[in-house]
Design a binder for this molecule. Structure first.
Ligand code: CP
Ligand code: NVA
Length: 305
């Protein structure tokens, strides 16, 4: 029986554990490609709670858990008594008596933290307003797969400093790489949310073209994240020059890669030319969600194998 661990923020794992997860994900991916299935999680049940939409997170966790021999329950927020006022604490107490692990996609990070504090089983953050740790696990795994170690490299974030951005910054501190951020006036990084270590890895630029110079990895995300739809018009105006296009990619290193967590709003934060171009790793990045999360599910349920 593994000790109870959660994955609510990227730095809930140590650097050595992240390295282990990458090695294990590589093995899992290679074995699957050779047509071998291993049922390390036979008889275990993953419950997923979605209070926001999802394509990749749902499909990758559901398929991955099935491939490992486990069962999956997929629950929307409205399916649960949570929507009728049952507390998060009581929901966690009840669900964790029956299932072996829970993945939650929701609004406030405090919801997953509260759930974990009252759970007997591991909790995985499948995206909150604050963080998206499973995404960055897969993203860095993808970078390493194509370009080798990320330590010492520069990652450029163009646009909204959102949940995915703050998770990149946690990873930068843990794995020792640099983050360049360019965001419009009025959308700065929230200095109260970052540690001194994260601050030391971050450099901010008013002009997105300046941020991109010599980068190893250029990445961005939608201008309007889930839960921020009320700000649509104001954000569309503010972000219109924060686009990853061919001109910006030319300023990055010659072997730079482009990533996007997806879904993308083509023609807004990224052009078709870039997302469909030779530097783009977005489809590998999406696929690797499944391989990386299979390694994570095993790690949280049975420890290192
Ligand atoms: N990147 C990501 O988490 O995608 P979904 O919202 O489709 O799950
Ligand atoms: N920042 C986006 C990521 C979606 C996967 C959002 O929170 O909507």
């Amino acid at each position: 029986m593994a000790t109870l661990r959660h994955f609510l923020q990227f730095n809930d794992c140590s650097r050595a554990e992240i390295d282990y997860l990458f090695t294990r994900a590589r093995w899992i991916k290679d074995r699957l490609r050779q047509g071998h299935y291993h049922h390390s999680l036979g008889g275990k049940t993953l419950a997923m709670i979605f209070e926001k939409s999802s394509t990749r997170t749902r499909v990758s966790f559901e398929t991955g858990m099935g491939q490992l021999g486990g069962n999956v329950l997929c629950l929307s927020g409205n399916d649960l008594q949570l929507a009728r006022g049952e507390t998060i604490e009581d929901t966690a107490r009840v669900m964790s008596r029956m299932v072996d692990i829970v993945m939650i996609r929701t609004f406030a990070q405090t919801m997953v933290e509260t759930f974990a504090a009252h759970s007997r089983v591991p909790i995985i953050n499948g995206l909150t307003n604050e963080y998206h740790p499973c995404q960055i696990l897969a993203d860095i795994y993808t970078f390493v797969e194509h370009r080798g170690p990320i330590t010492g490299k520069t990652v450029v974030w163009i646009g909204d400093p959102n949940n995915v951005f703050y998770t990149w910054l946690q990873a930068a501190d843990l794995l020792d790489f640099k983050v360049h951020l360019s965001s419009p006036a009025g959308y700065p990084v929230d200095e109260t949310r970052i540690t001194a270590g994260e601050r030391a890895r971050l450099e901010t630029f008013a002009d997105p073209l300046d941020a991109a110079r010599d980068a190893a990895l250029v990445t961005t995300d939608v201008w309007i994240s889930m839960g921020f739809e009320a700000e649509n018009e104001r954000r569309r105006q503010a972000f219109q020059h924060w686009q990853v296009n061919a001109k910006l990619m030319k300023l990055a290193a010659a072997d730079a890669v482009f990533m996007h967590c997806l879904p993308a709003h083509r023609g807004e934060e990224v052009t078709d030319e870039v997302i469909d171009g030779p530097q783009s790793l977005v489809w590998d990045e999406a696929e690797n969600r499944m391989h990386a999360q299979k390694a994570l599910l095993e790690f949280l349920l049975i420890g290192k194998v």
